[in-house]
Structure formats: structure tokens, C-alpha cells
Design a protein around this ligand. Structure first.
Ligand code: CA
Length: 308
């Protein structure tokens, strides 16, 4: 390849980057992974020209995407978003399948898609099947993301997710992490799969592993009665529960039946309704090291290879 051919190839690549506003690895492989030829080009020809282009390109933080279509909050975080809040992610990284989610970017390294929150008791969670399938509430306040979305997120891509449950009272907090989390399809009644437990809240979810979702108008549990009716919630009930995070807010005791409140039995028992709960998921590998640490380690090394 002659020098002019190489120069013209590199030049058009950088132009594409600048016009698109992208400087990500997928869009600019030559820029981020300079091979020997490119290094020689930078060293020997038009240094000012190349330097100007590279600086301009890098000076556009919003375009500096590792993931142009982040599939979850972990990828959103690797794109440089460090604040918790609402973001648009794309199912399976598909640009035509956007969805709005709340990302928790702080808890244990962040990168979590939050899918359930109880915090005030203002929102009624005693809802029918259709509501639990479609989701309800406000993701910045109390809400349930929806079983269809949970299924789409956890079952339609090669990424495996882990589950985290955060529980708080006025003075105490506890958490439970399961190293695998998947919600099956509508046809399978959104059956739950959870992996191994770790944490300090106690293991309430293994009991529910493999069970279908039940609401007061759709009984998929093994109990003679409908557990959603008897325990005033909606969950992957068996006979009936060790966790009832969609139960009745503030219901700490009931005259006939215990376990109708927002319960996590191994932590506070069946007669204590937990005032704050969050359920969230992120890719499994994120738990081993912070995604930010990974980003810090991988990017500067590549930048240093470009000599000016
Ligand atoms: Ca039943």
C-alpha cells in the first residue's frame, strides 16, 4: 500500500468519525487500535493535521461512546454516565428497541437497572396480572418495571444478569445478591430463575426459584388458595412466600394472616413491613470489578500508543 492510499484511507475514517460525532472503538477501530502503519503515518506525515483531528474528536465527550446503543446500565456507565437517574437503553443493543430505565450508578460499583422500588407507600401495588406484565408507576419513585421487560432484558441476549435486593428501615440496611437472574416468557408465566445467594439480608429468593408469577386474578402457585389474595401482593409465590416485596405497604401485622406486608422473612420476619426496597439487575461480570476501574485500565493504555 502506498503512502497516499494509506493517508486517504485514514483521513476518510477520521472524517467519518467527526461527522458522525463518534469516536468509539466500533466506529474508529484504526483510531483506537493504531497499528504500526498508522503510528508511522502519524510520526512522519502531517502531524498538525492528524493531531488537530484527534483532539477535536476526543474533545466531544457525548460522542465518546464505547457503546452507541447501550444494552443496560452497566454499558451506560462505561459510556461515562456516573449519575443515577433515567436513561435510554436499547434491548440487546438494538438501536430500534429503546427503553427508558432508572440506573443506579452508585450501589456496589453501580451499573444496575432498577426494576422495583417501594419508598413511600403512595402507590398501590395490589394490581392485576395485566399491570404486572406491562409495569406501572414512576421509575424515579415507586414502580414495577414489568414482567415483559424483565423477560426481554434477561432472556433475549447472551448477557447473563445478577439480581440485587436492597432493603432499608430508618436505621438499618441489608442486601441480597443472586449471581443469576432470569424471568421466563409469558407462555411460561414469567417463571423465576435465581442463582447462588450472597449478602446479609438472608436468602429469601431460593425458595421462589423455578416458580411462576401469581397475581390476585391469576393463580399460578401451588397453594390451595391464591397466595396473591391471601398475602395481598404479586410474586413468584410457591406455598406462599419468604419474600413479598410487592405486598401491602406498612402492613406490619394482620389479625388472621401474617406475611401480607412488604416482607423479607430471613431479615425481619413475616410481621415487619420494610419501608424501603429496591430490586435491580446488572451483567454478572460487573460484580467482579467496578466497570469504571475496567474503563480506566483499558482506555489510557491505547491512547498512549498514538505518538505525536
Ligand atoms: Ca393456588
Amino acid at each position: 500500500m502506498g503512502n497516499n492510499v494509506i493517508r486517504s484511507k485514514l483521513s476518510s475514517e477520521l472524517k467519518t468519525c467527526l461527522l458522525a460525532g463518534f469516536c468509539s472503538k466500533p466506529h474508529c477501530p484504526e483510531l483506537w487500535n493504531p497499528n504500526r502503519i498508522m503510528q508511522e503515518e502519524i510520526a512522519h506525515t502531517g502531524q498538525c493535521f492528524w493531531q488537530t483531528l484527534l483532539v477535536k474528536c476526543r474533545a466531544k465527550p457525548p460522542g465518546d461512546f464505547l457503546y452507541p446503543y447501550p444494552a443496560d446500565c452497566a454499558q451506560m456507565q462505561q459510556n461515562g454516565n456516573i449519575s443515577s437517574g433515567m436513561y435510554t437503553i436499547y434491548l440487546s443493543g438494538n438501536g430500534s428497541r429503546p427503553m427508558q430505565v432508572y440506573c443506579d450508578m452508585t450501589t456496589d460499583g453501580g451499573g444496575w437497572i432498577v426494576f422495583q422500588r417501594r419508598s413511600t407507600g403512595e402507590l398501590d401495588f395490589y394490581k392485576r396480572w395485566k399491570n404486572y406484565v406491562e409495569g406501572f408507576g414512576d421509575p424515579t419513585g415507586e414502580f414495577w418495571l414489568g414482567l415483559d421487560q424483565l423477560h426481554n432484558l434477561t432472556s433475549s441476549s447472551p448477557i447473563h444478569y445478577e439480581l440485587r435486593v436492597d432493603l432499608r428501615t430508618a436505621n438499618e440496611s441489608a442486601y441480597a445478591v443472586y449471581d443469576f437472574f432470569q424471568v421466563a416468557s409469558s407462555r411460561e408465566r414469567y417463571r423465576l430463575s435465581v442463582g447462588n445467594y450472597r449478602g446479609n439480608a438472608g436468602d429469601a429468593m431460593t425458595y421462589h426459584n423455578g416458580w411462576k408469577f401469581t397475581t390476585w386474578d391469576r393463580d399460578n402457585d401451588v397453594a390451595l388458595s391464591n397466595c396473591a389474595l391471601t398475602h395481598h401482593g404479586a410474586w413468584w409465590y410457591k406455598n406462599c412466600h419468604l419474600a413479598n416485596l410487592n405486598g401491602k405497604y406498612g402492613e406490619s401485622k394482620h389479625s388472621e394472616v401474617s406475611g401480607r406486608g412488604v416482607n423479607w422473612e430471613p431479615w425481619k420476619g413475616h410481621e415487619f413491613s420494610i419501608p424501603f426496597t429496591e430490586m435491580k439487575i446488572r451483567p454478572q461480570s460487573s460484580s467482579n470489578e467496578s466497570v469504571l476501574a475496567r474503563k480506566k485500565r483499558s482506555l489510557p493504555g491505547k491512547k498512549r500508543k498514538i505518538r505525536f
